[in-house]
Design a protein. Structure first.
Length: 361
């Protein structure tokens, strides 16, 4: 291991070994007591952005990674393995952090509450370049997305489901539905379906939400990836679905409008970029985050992925087509329910466990 680490150091210095590969060797060396992890990581001069792979790596790279390197000389490496909360906890606990930046959501607040994340450095990042209501100390809102009701137009004609109460009404709207396998953005829809007023959704009544889920359980096929949510609708295995607006837009295009969606009752959620405690790149990660707040680059991500800008200044760059598909366009915002992460900070772990028990039953 000592020899492997020495070779890795030489290759890193020569520029022939990517940093994420070097850090894997360094972590093993640190675990064996051969080198201090922080000292090993200090040799790295890149920003590693952990996300969920797929098209996002390409679009993020074009919009932010390459331009940032050109502007600063600091390369951005994308790791598409998926920055799960468990992986982040393990890295920080074992002092073997290899990620500088993680693409996530409301669950990041729970990680921060337990000391796994660096607080946002708002002396470098501009808080005013984030939509009001989505400015957190524990992570930077970099984009927005929504869980919308998508449906098969041929099944419902001119009277498609408009609300979550409609989504739960299997007599008026018969057929299988699809919902996200995980709870983020779904608990709120259950309470809205059960008649809770939007202003009374928080704090979430978990027992009531799960009871509502149990009512519909036999009519639901659960999806776990964006592509599978599209396929279920495209193949007509379900007549409607609670899916991300990014995927709803794609499947509408794929089917020539046979599958459609709307913004009414959509559940608006933040895409939050968080920094693990002890990240190798140090303050360079805040420079990169500030760079990604550029409104025109956020518009490019909207074009490529459908992720809506978090910077309100981006609105002046909308075309009519982009405005129609953006979750944060004023007209679309007006009809949506906005997720508030505060409840999740204290309740995420237990609620996620209970949710999985219900859908697995």
């Amino acid at each position: 291991m000592a020899d492997a680490f020495e070779i890795a150091c030489h290759r890193m210095a020569a520029g022939t070994l990517p940093r994420r590969d070097f850090l894997k060797v360094a972590s093993l060396a640190a675990a064996a007591g051969l080198v201090g992890t922080r000292a090993a990581q200090a040799q790295a001069k890149e920003v590693v952005f952990a996300n969920w792979g797929g098209d996002s790596e390409v679009i993020y790279g074009e919009a932010w990674g390459v331009p940032f390197e050109e502007a600063t000389g600091i390369p951005v490496v994308f790791d598409g393995e998926g920055p799960t909360a468990g992986r982040i906890r393990s890295m920080v606990t074992n002092n073997s952090v290899t990620w500088d930046l993680c693409d996530g959501g409301v669950d990041a607040g729970n990680l921060a509450a337990h000391g796994f994340l660096e607080p946002v450095d708002y002396t470098i990042v501009d808080k005013n370049k984030v939509l009001e209501g989505f400015r957190y100390d524990w992570g930077l809102t970099g984009y927005m997305f929504s869980s919308v009701i998508a449906y098969n137009k041929a099944k419902f004609g001119d009277a498609p489901p408009q609300t979550w109460a409609d989504f739960w009404d299997v007599e008026k709207f018969p057929g299988k539905r699809t919902m996200y396998k995980y709870m983020d953005g779904t608990l709120e829809s259950m309470l809205l379906a059960d008649g809770v007023k939007p202003e009374d959704v928080y704090p979430i009544d978990l027992e009531r939400a799960l009871a509502k889920l149990a009512e519909l359980r036999e009519h639901i096929i659960f999806w776990d990836t964006g592509s599978s949510s599209q396929q279920l609708l495209r193949d007509e295995e379900v007549v409607m679905g609670q899916i991300w607006n990014t995927r709803a837009h794609l499947v509408r295009d794929e089917t020539g409008g046979a599958i459609d969606y709307h913004w009414n009752n959509a559940i608006l959620q933040p895409g939050v970029w968080s920094v693990p405690k002890g990240n190798p790149a140090g303050k360079d990660v805040w420079r990169f985050l500030a760079f990604m707040q550029d409104p025109e680059s956020q518009i490019e991500v909207l074009k490529g992925l459908g992720n809506a800008p978090a910077n309100p200044e981006a609105a002046k760059f909308y075309t009519p087509e982009l405005e129609a598909r953006s979750a944060t366009a004023p007209a679309n915002l007006a009809t949506q329910f906005v997720v508030k992460p505060d409840w999740y900070i204290d309740n995420h772990a237990e609620a996620a466990k209970r949710y999985l028990e219900v859908i697995s039953g």
